[in-house]
Design a protein around this ligand. Structure first.
Ligand SMILES: Cc1cc2nc3c(=O)[nH]c(=O)nc-3n(C[C@H](O)[C@H](O)[C@H](O)COP(=O)(O)O)c2cc1C
Length: 225
């Protein structure tokens, strides 16, 4: 297996980096290769520029983006590890998605840009098994109370990943990691991250079907009203 991990955090010696390392341990033990795309260390510019906008409407691919495409294409497993900021991924990572998951590569309407707004969506990416791990300062009960987890799944798993064809996506949160009193939680979070990886690389892992599951859950919800 060749894993591409997209990671976003300003520091490499903070807890989210430890989570990424724990997630990688089972991959390394099993002899798999890992490409860490550390957005801060690589100096990725997350700003959607004029060149990105021109490409969106059919212009040439901006500098550096084709190289990102090649790194995704080289992977047969994808991971995103990030601290939760404002109930979603950090702006740095969102900017990477905005700039790298481009029309004509990740998705396309009809035959191309001229069919935007006219023809149905075609997802263009293969369903590379993908895992998302968000590190959360807040407690699970806060997420449950307000439905933040479902909101994140809807937006990220379905609205980004499955939208582009990566339907085999699973997402996880490690909750309540801040403060000295939560040291045992942080330890448990590292165990959780290793367990996520072990299950993710297991030969008997069952592929996820994020879009169908999401639609079925919505159907069930509306029929119970
Ligand atoms: C700008 C910002 C926004 C945050 N928003 C959330 C949030 O919406 N939900 C949450 O659970 N934690 C949130 N947090 C807490 C971080 O997720 C948490 O502090 C981080 O994962 C812990 O790692 P660190 O302190 O080593 O960066 C936020 C932190 C920052 C800096």
């Amino acid at each position: 297996m060749h894993l591409l991990t997209v990671f976003s955090h300003p520091f490499t010696d903070r807890y989210p980096a430890a989570v990424m390392e724990a997630f990688h341990e089972p991959f390394r033990r099993a002899g798999h290769t890992i490409d860490v795309l550390d957005l801060h260390r690589e100096g990725f510019d997350p700003r959607f520029t004029e060149a990105d906008h021109a490409h969106f409407w059919g212009g040439p691919i901006p500098d550096g983006i084709a190289e990102m495409h090649r790194r995704v294409e080289a992977a047969d497993r994808l991971a995103f590890v990030y601290p939760v900021y404002w109930w979603g991924m950090p702006a740095m990572m969102k900017g990477w998605i905005e700039r790298v998951f481009t029309g004509g590569w990740a998705y396309q309407y009809g035959d191309g840009v001229d069919d935007r707004g006219k023809q149905p969506l075609n997802a263009l990416l293969p369903s590379i098994p993908t895992v998302l791990i968000g590190v959360a300062g807040s407690k699970q009960r806060t997420y449950d109370k307000y439905g933040y987890r479902e909101a994140m799944r809807t937006q990220i798993d379905v609205g980004i990943s499955a939208y582009c064809g990566i339907d085999d996506v699973e997402s996880h949160l490690i909750y309540d990691v801040e403060g000295d009193h939560n040291a045992p939680r942080r330890e448990a979070g590292l165990v959780q991250a290793r367990g996520i990886a072990e299950a993710f690389i297991a030969p008997d892992r069952v592929a996820r079907t994020a879009k169908a599951d999401h639609l079925a859950a919505r159907q069930e919800q509306s029929s119970s009203l």
